[in-house]
Design a protein around this ligand. Structure first.
Ligand SMILES: Cc1cc2nc3c(=O)[nH]c(=O)nc-3n(C[C@H](O)[C@H](O)[C@H](O)COP(=O)(O)OP(=O)(O)OC[C@H]3O[C@@H](n4cnc5c(N)ncnc54)[C@H](O)[C@@H]3O)c2cc1C
Length: 460
C-alpha cells in the first residue's frame, strides 16, 4: 500500500496505515455495485486465489477480485489507481517469488480462459488464465504447438512473460520468442493492445520482463508444427556414476542435434539420491534411451522412456503433491561447461543435503536456438550454455532455514555466474537480470503503469 499524506485526499480516498481496511471495504463495495465478483480476506474465493505453488509465500492481500471481462478489469484497475491501492495479478500461481499475491488487491485471471486457433494465419489466441496442460491439449488437436516449459500446471501468463525454457528450446527457442501480440489493461485502466509494428519499444520488454507490466488478458502466439514423433522419459543412474554421466552429456552438448534435448537431475528416490536423465528425442528414428546410451557408458538402473504424445511429454515431470510445500530456488547460469570439480561438489552437496523428496539439482541445457532469437526480448542469458537450478523444499516450517541455507551454500560453491537470476526462477530476495539497453524497462513501466499500480507484481 502506498500511504499518502493526510492532506492528500482525492475523491474521498486517502489511504493511511490505520484506515486501509475501510478503504479496501469501500473499494469492494464500489466493485460489487458494478457486479464484479470480490472476496475479502477470509471469505469466498480469497483463500483459493492467494494459494500458490510455493507454500512459503506470505501475502499482504486484503481482497481478491475475479473480473469476467476486460471492461470489468479496466474498472477494477481504474478505481484501484484512484484509491492508490496496489494491485497484483495472478496467473497459474507458480511464481516461486510469490509476486502474484504481493498487492493489497489480487486480480485472479481465472475467467480469461480463451483458446482459439486460426488455421489460416497459424496464430493461436490464449487467455492469461490458461495453464499449459490446456493449451497443449488444445493445440495438439491441430498438429501445432507453442513451445512451453516442462511442467503442465504452470500458467501460460507468467511463464511466457518471463521467457519460457522448455524441451523445445534448442529446436524452436523460448516461449516468448513466439509471442506476437498482447491485450490487457494498463495501470490507469485503459484497454490496450500491443504488437511489434505499433510498439517496437514495448514488445521486447513484454517478452521476458512482462510480469506486472500491465494486467494482460490475452496473448497471440505464432504456432509451430508439432514434431512427428516423440520418444521421452527418464533414465536413472546410480549416484556414484552421476559425475561421469553428467560430464559426458555436457561435453556432448555443443554437438547434440537440436531435435534432442535432455536435462540431468539429482533427485531422491525411496530415500536414496540418484541421477535421473530426463529428456526427449523429437521426430527421430532413434529413441531417447538409445541416444543417451550412445553417449554414456554407465549402467542404467531404470527407465520410463517410451513414445509419448506432446501433452504426455509436457506432463511427465508433473508432481501435484508438491503444490503448497515451502520452497526456495537458486539458479546459476554459466557461459562455460561445468568442471568436474564443480560437478563433484554439487553431487556431494546434494547427497549430504536435506532428504526431502522434492529437493533437487537440475542441469538445464540453454545453448542452442536462443542465441538467434526469433524476436527481440529481454531474456538476458543468450550467451549461457547451461543453468544449474537448485530447488530446496520443506514440508515443515522448522526445516525452512536449513533448506534455504543448503541451496544458498550449494549455489555459492559454484563460484561466479552470469550476473543476476532468471526472472522465472528468482526467489523473493533475488534480483533478476534483464538484457535491455537504453532504459527500455523504465520507459515501459512509465508508459504502461505511470501510477505504479502493478509495481508489487513486478520483479524489479
Ligand atoms: C513446478 C514448476 C515448474 C516450472 N517449470 C518451468 C519451466 O519448465 N520453464 C520455465 O521457463 N519456467 C518454469 N517455471 C517457472 C515459471 O515459469 C514461473 O514461475 C512463471 O512465472 C509462472 O507463471 P504462473 O502464471 O504460473 O505464475 P504466477 O505466480 O501466477 O505469476 C508469476 C508472475 O507473473 C505475473 N503475472 C501473472 N499473470 C499475469 C498477467 N495476466 N498480466 C501481468 N502479469 C502477470 C504475476 O504477477 C507474477 O509476477 C516453473 C515453476 C514451477 C513452480
Amino acid at each position: 500500500v502506498r500511504i499518502v499524506g493526510e492532506n492528500n485526499e482525492r475523491d474521498g480516498w486517502a489511504v493511511t496505515a490505520s484506515n486501509i481496511s475501510q478503504v479496501v471495504e469501500k473499494f469492494a463495495t464500489k466493485l460489487e455495485r458494478l457486479g464484479i465478483a470480490t472476496s475479502l480476506i477470509g471469505s469466498g474465493f480469497f483463500a483459493e486465489t492467494t494459494n500458490l505453488f510455493n507454500g512459503n509465500v506470505s501475502t499482504p492481500a486484503m481482497l481478491s477480485v475475479r473480473p469476467r471481462s476486460e471492461t470489468e478489469l479496466a474498472s477494477i484497475v481504474a478505481i484501484a489507481t484512484e484509491a492508490e491501492l496496489d494491485v497484483s495479478i495472478k496467473g497459474g500461481g507458480h511464481g516461486v517469488a510469490g509476486r502474484a499475491v504481493h498487492g493489497t488487491i489480487v486480480i485472479d485471471s481465472i475467467y480469461f480462459d480463451k483458446l482459439a486457433y486460426d488455421q489460416s494465419t497459424n496464430l493461436i489466441t490464449v487467455g492469461t488464465g490458461v495453464r499449459w496442460a490446456d493449451l497443449d491439449s488444445y493445440s495438439s488437436q491441430f498438429g501445432v504447438v507453442v513451445p512451453g516449459g516442462a511442467v503442465s500446471s504452470t500458467g501460460v501468463a507468467g511463464l511466457t512473460l518471463g521467457g519460457g525454457i522448455g524441451w523445445l528450446l534448442p529446436l524452436l527457442g523460448l516461449t516468448c520468442d513466439h509471442l506476437i501480440l498482447v491485450r490487457g489493461v494498463s495501470g490507469i485502466g485503459e484497454i490496450i493492445e500491443l504488437n511489434d509494428r505499433c510498439h517496437p519499444e514495448l514488445m521486447p520488454v513484454v517478452r521476458g520482463c512482462g510480469h506486472g507490466l500491465a494486467a494482460f488478458t490475452e496473448f497471440v502466439f505464432e504456432c509451430r508444427s508439432l514434431p512427428s514423433s516423440i520418444s521421452a522419459g527418464s533414465i536413472y543412474f546410480s549416484i556414484n556414476d552421476a559425475v561421469d554421466v553428467i560430464n559426458a552429456l555436457m561435453q556432448w552438448s555443443p554437438e547434440c542435434p537440436s531435435h534432442i534435448n535432455y536435462s540431468p537431475a539429482l533427485i531422491w528416490r525411496s530415500g536414496k539420491p540418484i541421477l535421473s536423465v530426463d529428456g526427449v528425442a523429437f521426430s527421430s528414428s532413434t529413441g531417447f534411451g538409445d541416444v543417451i546410451r550412445s553417449v554414456v557408458s554407465a549402467e542404467t538402473i531404470g527407465s520410463t522412456v517410451r513414445d509419448r504424445t506432446y501433452p504426455e511429454l509436457q506432463s511427465m515431470l508433473d508432481n501435484p503433491l508438491r503444490w503448497g510445500q515451502g520452497c526456495c530456488w537458486r539458479s546459476w547460469f554459466g557461459e562455460r561447461l561445468l568442471t568436474e570439480s564443480q560437478l563433484e561438489s554439487l553431487v556431494l552437496g546434494f547427497s549430504k543435503g536435506p532428504k526431502n523428496s522434492d529437493c533437487m539439482v537440475v542441469f538445464e541445457r540453454i545453448e542452442g536456438a536462443v542465441r538467434e532469437p526469433r524476436r527481440l526480448s529481454s531474456y538476458p542469458f543468450r550467451s549461457a550454455v547451461n543453468n544449474v537450478l537448485i530447488v530446496a523444499a520443506w514440508d515443515r516450517v522448522e526445516l525452512r532455514d536449513c533448506g534455504v541455507e543448503w541451496a544458498t551454500e550449494l549455489v555459492n560453491s559454484l563460484g561466479p555466474s552470469l550476473e543476476g537470476t532468471y526472472v522465472n526462477y528468482s526467489s523473493e530476495q533475488e534480483r533478476p537480470s534483464f538484457d535491455l539497453a537504453n532504459g527500455a524497462l523504465d520507459q515501459a513501466h512509465r508508459f504502461l503503469d505511470p501510477a505504479n499500480t502493478f509495481a508489487k507484481s513486478r520483479p524489479c
